[in-house]
Design a binder for this molecule. Structure first.
Ligand code: SF4
Length: 382
């Protein structure tokens, strides 16, 4: 077997859908997405949230994919808007005793694992992720048991129990560098759960990686053929792609990277430059704020006959709302708990990643055409 071979895995460990039964759970999530607020309602909830954050000595840690109001609230009240790597670091290092995590369940769990003494609240505890749902601990544990000769590397988008079974956790910001590091040490890798990200890393590093077959329901929808047609309409546009996208989309990218890395590519672009962006469209809010002179186009998730050309938005991220922030702070709802023993074990693989990134800041550098992008104040690891 060559170093870059993907080992065919049994159907038993094939989880391309959202859960082991193959059910899609998104209808439930969309049904919980709150209706649009009037300006007066929005302003009142923003003010109430800010007062409660202050009164509870709490800080809001938000992901780029959540509603723009929550992102604005986080920045206006001393919190952060970032990718999952920076969210984990920010929550751990902040002095606040209560963290409100606006994102999805695994982000709240990671915050609690890194700060077990803090109270971690979420606007809606049912906000989850298809990658997490598609990697149940019992099946994943059996997969690991069947391959004891491999280092277990899991993506951040997994449950605390799955992280507790892993040797390393990675985010899309640092996955390439950590897998390269393990490969240089002669390690063989068991990778989970995102098949597209795993394939991209395997192609880039040549590492020996055995893949779990999960997928993100948002990024999995980007279409290579449609993107190619769109590029022809905008011949000067640069293509930015998150590596959870299919290979046919990643292959057309000028920049492949995490949300922070894609954001930095837009900020660093020339005035008036056009970008086609293949990631959750929640990121457009921050991109427009930080790069107002650029033209941003959402990458296509459907063909000409579809009513919606791009519907790239995560239903679980969309469940996060201002009312949820008010409720969790006022009523103490949405508190995240992680079993102490699972948390202690999971902390090992998360801390290993954070230490690696601290010792190897170059790990976060992404190739942007001929340029190299480094750390950027205000947007974290880029
Ligand atoms: S966008 Fe995809 S990877 Fe991110 S939380 Fe939603 S389902 Fe999970």
């Amino acid at each position: 077997m060559t170093a870059s071979t993907t080992i065919p895995i049994s159907k038993e460990f094939d989880f391309p859908l959202q859960n082991a039964e193959g059910e899609t759970c998104t209808a439930h999530a969309w049904a919980k997405v709150p209706p649009q607020l009037s300006t007066a309602e929005r302003d009142a909830l923003m003010q109430k949230s800010a007062e409660l954050l202050k009164a509870r000595n709490a800080v809001l840690v938000a992901h780029y994919y959540v509603d723009g109001d929550l992102q604005d609230l986080a920045l206006a009240t001393g919190g952060c808007v970032s990718d999952s790597l920076e969210m984990a670091r920010f929550g751990r290092d902040h002095e606040a005793q209560t963290l409100v995590v606006a994102g999805v369940r695994f982000m709240g769990e990671s915050a609690k694992i890194l700060s077990p003494e803090k109270t971690v609240l979420m606007p809606d505890l049912e906000a989850t992720c298809s990658l997490d749902l598609g990697c149940p601990i019992d099946e994943f544990s059996a997969f690991c048991d069947a391959h004891p000769d491999r280092k277990v590397v899991v993506y951040a988008n997994t449950s605390a129990a799955v992280k507790a079974r892993a040797d390393w956790m990675v985010t899309s910001s640092c996955a390439l560098a950590i897998v390269n590091h393990l490969k240089d040490k002669g390690e063989k890798i068991l990778w989970a759960p995102d098949r597209h990200l795993g394939k991209y890393i395997q192609q880039q590093t040549g590492a020996d990686m055995l893949m779990w077959q999960g997928a993100c329901i948002v990024h999995d929808e980007f279409k290579g053929l449609e993107l190619d047609l769109l590029r022809k309409q905008y011949p000067g546009a640069r293509i930015l792609v998150h590596p959870e996208s299919p290979t046919s989309v990643v292959q057309q990218a000028d920049v492949v990277g995490s949300t922070s890395q894609l954001l930095k590519a837009v900020i660093d672009g020339a005035e008036g430059e056009t970008f086609i962006v293949a990631t959750d469209n929640g990121i457009m809010h921050r991109m427009r704020q930080l790069a107002p002179g650029k033209t941003l186009i959402e990458a296509p998730t459907a063909g000409n006959s579809a009513t919606c050309k791009s519907c790239a938005h995560c239903p679980w991220m969309a469940m996060n709302a201002l009312q949820g922030v008010v409720d969790c702070l006022a009523k103490g709802t949405g508190e995240v708990f992680v079993d102490a023993e699972i948390g202690r074990k999971a902390a090992g693989c998360i801390t290993r990643m954070l230490n690696f990134v601290k010792e190897h800041p170059e790990a976060l550098v992404v190739k942007d055409g001929g340029r190299l992008a480094g750390m950027t104040p205000g947007i974290g690891a880029a």
